[in-house]
Design a binder for this molecule. Structure first.
Ligand SMILES: Cc1cc2nc3c(=O)[nH]c(=O)nc-3n(C[C@H](O)[C@H](O)[C@H](O)COP(=O)(O)OP(=O)(O)OC[C@H]3O[C@@H](n4cnc5c(N)ncnc54)[C@H](O)[C@@H]3O)c2cc1C
Length: 420
């Protein structure tokens, strides 16, 4: 190529930023990088679960402009309307067009509460920082009512079609700890209902007994295989004919792609169909979809980063084979720390390319400890710091130290588990 190849990433989330920062690290100034961002900030969602319980917000919103500028990435403020592969260009909603040599569609997933009648109207949905702030206000009102002697009922719900229920589990356990610390736990009934066959089944069956035991020991009434059909004011109805009343309903929602790309191959929820290892969009030569925008069924941030690394390495190797000796390929290993405020559950699960837990695979581990609570806090500080400085999360000496620390901790503080 005579001029520098141009990579355009759409979406200033985990996957988009990690891809661009890695490309800069791999290729230096041999590539032109651009980011299409529909927001001024990058929102670090994993840290938002602390917000309803008074957690600081300082590190959760990272301005996109300064790290991008530091890395010589041009920021185009706007939203993508559609993309074309021949010629290679994308069109923004304000009519501007951008040419690309390689395109990274990292626009993530969106919640579709309207697929469950009444959910949007009557539930506290958990996704954004704004929603977490609102939930905090409601939970403080619930606690005040309990202090005043009025019994309360909080219901936590995971509806079918949801691709990542982790935060709802965390919020249920965190609320339990918070109420206990506020000495009003006995006045609040907590119920958890999920459509899943087993708790947190996205990360394998090994978590079900561990989480089930935690629900039981903390007095949280829990139901798996509870498929919501309708939400009314103060009542949720389920497919098996049962219903639960509530004062506060905390729920996630069915997921679909945030952007429905016309003309690109996608599944029925709009998630782009990709090659498993490189995350290149099928039937395209130069379009990639790392993270929640693609068809990997588990929408976990850690997996988004792994996919972004695979995308960046594939593009870097195509631009300059000498820039990356062994391009990383997407090897789906789910890693999650489920926060409870006083302790946390650590889970590491190798997943098959289908998103199913890999039944043959080794390396599945689960652990419960207060140390994991500190581990989640530490990781929550480390990741935003990296992005603020314009560095990829993966790669570099400090990441190696963090990975090594995590690996050591995981050996010491978790047990291998069998898939049943
Ligand atoms: C409350 C909560 C807690 C979570 N906790 C954890 C956790 O502990 N660990 C974990 O690993 N994962 C966690 N996750 C999941 C994790 O946040 C997501 O998997 C991750 O953010 C996905 O990254 P992404 O870059 O693919 O998409 P996103 O982070 O969703 O980024 C997509 C970006 O694209 C932008 N965009 C959308 N449409 C357009 C458009 N038309 N034009 C331009 N830009 C657009 C969006 O504004 C956004 O900036 C949590 C999620 C939530 C909601």
């Amino acid at each position: 190529m005579d001029t520098k190849p141009r990579v355009v990433a759409v979406g200033a989330g985990l996957a988009g930023m990690e891809t661009l920062f890695t490309l800069r690290r791999r290729l230096g100034d041999r590539v032109e990088l651009a980011l299409v961002a529909d927001r001024d900030d990058f929102e670090f969602r994993p840290g938002t679960v602390y917000v309803p319980f008074g957690g600081a917000e300082d590190d959760l919103q990272i301005p996109v402009a300064s790290p991008a500028q530091r890395q010589g990435i041009t920021v185009e403020h706007g939203a993508v309307a559609w993309v074309e592969t021949e010629p290679k260009r994308l069109v923004l909603t304000d009519g501007r067009t951008l040419d690309y040599d390689f395109l990274v569609l990292a626009t993530g997933a969106a919640m579709r509460p309207e697929r469950v009648p009444g959910l949007a109207e009557h539930a506290h949905l958990v996704g954004s920082l704004h929603q977490m702030r609102e939930l905090g206000r409601t939970l403080r009102r619930l606690r005040d009512a309990a202090v005043d002697g009025s019994p309360q009922h909080a219901l936590f719900l995971v509806p079918p079609g949801n691709c990542w229920p982790g935060p709802v589990y965390e919020l249920a356990f965190m609320l339990e700890t918070w109420l206990r610390r506020s000495r009003v736990r006995d006045r609040v009934c907590l119920t958890f209902a999920t459509f899943e066959d087993r708790y947190m089944e996205a990360l394998g069956a090994g978590l079900h007994p561990v989480i089930g035991e935690k629900f039981a020991s903390r007095g949280i009434i829990s139901h798996a295989r509870s498929v919501v059909t309708e939400v009314e004011p103060h009542r949720v109805r389920f497919a098996d004919g049962t219903a639960h009343t509530f004062d506060v309903l905390v729920s996630t929602a069915p997921h679909a792609a945030a952007v429905d790309y016309e003309g690109l191959p996608k599944d029925r929820n709009g998630f782009l169909l990709t090659d498993a290892e490189t995350r290149r969009v099928r039937r395209t030569d130069a379009v990639y979809a790392p993270g929640d925008a693609g068809d990997f069924p588990v929408k976990l941030g850690y997996l988004s980063l792994l996919q972004a690394d695979a995308v960046a390495d594939d593009i870097a190797a195509r631009i300059d084979p000498a820039s990356v000796a062994e391009p990383r390929r997407f090897d789906p290993v789910g890693l999650f720390v489920l926060e409870m405020l006083d302790e946390a559950v650590f889970a590491r699960t190798p997943l098959a390319m289908t998103g199913e837990p890999d039944r043959s695979g080794e390396g599945r581990r689960v652990g419960v400890s207060p140390i994991w609570h500190l581990g989640k806090k530490t990781l929550g500080a480390y990741l935003p710091q990296r992005f603020r400085a314009g560095h990829p999360v993966h790669g570099g000496l400090r990441q190696d130290a963090v990975s090594l620390g995590l690996r050591g901790l995981s050996k010491a503080m978790s047990e291998p588990v069998e898939e049943s």
